[in-house]
Write a protein that binds this ligand. Structure first.
Ligand SMILES: [Zn+2]
Length: 66
């Protein structure tokens, strides 16, 4: 079975494939952030510019970043 194509420029180590959909991993805890890799950055929740995608848990703990 062919894996779904990754968006250009995405490092496969930073995403996880769930039910045929790529999600970004949290840059802090490396868990599934729940944000689709295809989602534009300006529409993402828990995205920290210059840092990357966080999961909701890490966002809660990382208020100082925002
Ligand atoms: Zn996290």
């Amino acid at each position: 079975m062919e894996p779904q194509a990754l968006p250009e420029g995405v490092n496969p180590e930073f995403v996880v494939l769930v039910n045929g959909i790529y999600y970004d991993l949290c840059v802090i805890c490396n868990n599934n952030s729940g944000v689709r890799t295809y989602c534009p950055v300006d529409q993402r929740k828990h995205y920290v510019e210059g840092c990357g995608q966080l999961c909701p848990d890490c966002q809660d703990r990382a208020d100082f970043i925002t």
